[in-house]
Design a protein around this ligand. Sequence first.
Ligand code: AQP
Length: 338
Amino acid sequence: MRVVSGIQPTGKPHLGNYLGAIVNYVKLQDEAHAAGGECFIFLADLHAISQPHDPAELTRNTREMVATLVACGVDPAKTVLFNQAQVPAHAELQWLLNGTARMGWLNRMTQWKDKAGKNREGQSVALFTYPVLQAADVLLYQATHVPVGEDQKQHLELARDIAQKFNNDFCTDDAPLFTLPEPYIPPAAARIMSLRDGTAKMSKSDPSDMSRISLTDDADTIIKKVKKAKTDPEPLPDNEKELEGRAEAQNLVGIYAAIAGKSVERVLGEFGGQGFGAFKPALGQLLVDTLAPINARFLELKDDQEALDAILARGASQAREAGRDTLDATYRALGLVR
Ligand code: AQP
């Protein structure tokens, strides 16, 4: 079992990152550790430069993201925790896979279409080739399990296509080079939506801070954001079917269910017939209770720059070692003389 996943240090991680991905990093880290497998979690700083950014902010966010992941339960003793920039093999393998990835495949990526919008010509090349770097990230370590939110499913499928084509083109049938990675997507809460718009994904780059709950928000901020979350005037129904078409209500109930570890039906069994005046304070309190220990641990860790850098340096050294054989084999398979 090889677990591999990444998160961009592009801002404060939010509830969507937590429920969609980080909770599963911790779960799979523990499963892999118990089964004698390995877990690699990286900060996708090379991905972060695909969009306009402030270098000083990227450095600060990178350290804060390490502190947040550790505060959430990612354990550097069980997980190889590192940033891509310290492991050049990610960028090297991306270049080698650029020969296999097809323009048409990348053109179909919905994240590219969403992020580029109408201004494709003005985007960085890195934003377009982002999914090839993502393929390199997981193929480098022969990942078997890749915990991601629903929005990354298409990129994982692309990574499988690239691996498959490379194996077909450059390897014999009995000795494929790359393992085809499987996405590990949570059955519930795989897509947490913005608190201001139930049709848009909760995102670090949304200009409105009120659209997301950050993992480092304090109790007052969480309560305020939930109170101001967009809803509709109807009371909650007592069954899931009647939530359909009510995107904001669906999102808030889904968040409650995921955090409480209950089904949506069960949550509606408790709150059906009640309005948001009763539901929102209960949701706010549940979030505060869940996030308070993470917040407290984050505050303890975040200013110890030396300790955070040491975690990354140690993880990077382990990652460089772990990826070496696959990178060497890729050069060889392509006939490159080194
Ligand atoms: N809203 C979400 N619901 C569920 N899962 C989510 N993820 C992100 N948003 C949601 C999952 O979090 C992991 C890390 O994502 P990322 O930071 O690398 O990139 P992203 O998907 O582009 O996240 P953001 O917050 O939207 O960042 P920006 O605004 O910087 O682009 C991934 O597994 C993702 O699925």
